[in-house]
Ligand binder design. Sequence first.
Ligand SMILES: [Fe+2]
Length: 292
Amino acid sequence: MTAKPAVATAQLDIRPMTGALGAEILGVDVKALDDAAFADIHQAFLDYSVLVFRDQELTEQEFADFGRRFGKLEEEPFLPNKSETPGVYYFFGAPKNADKLSTQKLGWHMDHSYQKNPSLGAMLYALDVPAVGGDTLFASNYESYEALSPTMQAMLEDKIAIHDVLQYGLNSGHHSIGTTKAIEMLASMRKKFPQTEHPLVCKHPETGRKMLYINKAWTTAIKDLQPHESKALLDMLKEHSLQDVFQCRVRWHNKSLLLWDNRCVQHSPNSDYTEARRMLRLALHSDWVPGT
Ligand SMILES: [Fe+2]
């Protein structure tokens, strides 16, 4: 791992968050970027995987416009709170203790890895957030791959993993499976998204960098291994991939804008806050099929 130095391009002041990934971009207004400044931001997105912009004054439309500079916005069939701007959703946090049956317990995941085309990335914009808590954590799947021994890397090279929306949903309690309605929603998601296979080692389609393509939530088995072999290997890889040294942590303030590259990071929303919070969310579509 090489610590990334702070960089000032012609337009940007880039402050890396950790030696692994993540950067804060200072001194920009994301709704007023010329093509050269946007090109620098896009390069920073590829270099750091997670970008944070503070004190952005954005309408829903301006939030969507910035998202569209990275790619097509993705419809989210299971997110209930559509805004009036196509592709933009209200994202309401579930504060701790408000409803003990439905607190968020999703933990580490990559959005939609159980689909053939997982999301390119996602953006969140804080409208009204508690002063403390609700940090979003990220872990670099590049760094976890690169830290494996060459022997383990070679062993994993041709292995295929199963990604499944159902099993983790049932196990995690994220969908409050104490209710019939939640079980029905999970079943309808599984019907829409059957199990998907992705290689365990993938190359990022834009950077070309190799990564360990797993996430704690949806990667449920390794194909062609005995169940106990698959479990032992996956448990080890998941624990390995979520070590502190591969992580960064984003703290929220009102008007903070967060963007991450869902193709190469796992993320985990922390539910350690007790007041309601409101954000805007959008997801970026990708035609990339992992492994290609
Ligand atoms: Fe997510």
